[in-house]
Design a protein around this ligand. Sequence first.
Ligand code: HEM
Length: 366
Amino acid sequence: RRPKNFPPGPPVWPILGNILDLSLENPLKDFERLKKTYGNVYRVILADYGSSWKEQRRFALMNLRNFGMGKDSMEERIHGEIQYTVDTLEKSIGKSFSPQNMFHNAASNIICQVLFGKRFEYQDETMKTLVQCFTENAKIANGPWAMVIRSFTFQLTMYILDLHFAGTDTTSNTLLTGFLYLMNYPQVQERCQQEIDMVLEGKDQASSEDRNNMPYVQAVIHEFQRVANTVPLSVFHCTTKDTELNGYSIPKGTLIIPNLTSVLNEEGQWKFPNEFNPENFLNDQGEFVKPEAFMPFSAGPRMCLGEGLARMELFLFTVTLLRKFKFIWPEDAGEPDFTPVYGVTLTPKPYRMKVQLRVSQKIPNL
Ligand code: HEM
């Protein structure tokens, strides 16, 4: 009973379909019926705008805050995790290797520490399965059947999956994209390293506050996010009342698909919309500026609630790794392919990297 366009996925989907007597030909109809039967969707990302979503969002923010989002303790946790990434990279010096799992595991562990109070070793089987499931699901989750699966009320389980997914795939794919570009734009990498060495001279490690003294690094990280375009269609929304926008009438209940890709690449909004160029975020004086069109976290009341955590992770990972290592595109890797693989999140095509320890007298304890 697998319909023609059924996305590849675990056999549990057709089995569930049979149990629930779904038509399997019209997921939207099934979705509406299931919603009526099983009530509201008690999650964060996909919850309808209303009291349940408000409660879940408050709960999520409270948890993240209690566990230190935006505070020193979260910074320490991130640095703790970076140390494992550094160890992994040190073991790979001189070899060409794939960084995919390394960044996914690192981002996953940071959110796991908030959700489960523990991290997992990179070789841990649970961790490997979890990361693999999320990576695969990000590719199939905008298929019609995903809507049906989402309509079940598993409460807390779905909430944890939401936060884990939202906090892992997004951050790791941004880092993967960033390092892909850094290897292929060595002059950008070197300029970041000069700024990092200068600002962190004599310090053991970077802190979020150092962002203010690193306009170039800030510009580069924002440019990672712009070109990575990690969540190209954001999350689908729906008008909660009849709406007028730029002369168009949009009736209540219309599906709205935000197109973040178009904003992040729009002619007229960026100095260099179609190339990787940190100048997009620098003014004539070399100061960091953030154009209004920079909205990888979307906008409005539903905008990403993990923005603060994500920005902290991107900064601390980039700075710490660039301070210690030089990242090199392997000689036998051929021409880089920057075309992403489509899904709910965009992923760079799998690639390999090489690292060298940087010879710098200015790194005290690393
Ligand atoms: C570079 C990293 C990230 C990017 C680009 C990103 C992007 C987004 C986008 C575009 C949305 C949809 C907003 C909308 O519906 O209009 C979103 C929602 C969300 N994000 Fe993120 N995100 C990132 C990291 C994180 C992290 C680390 C967390 C973990 C705490 C997180 C948690 C969430 C949650 C819970 C929502 C749903 C908010 C709601 O519906 O009220 N995100 N994110």
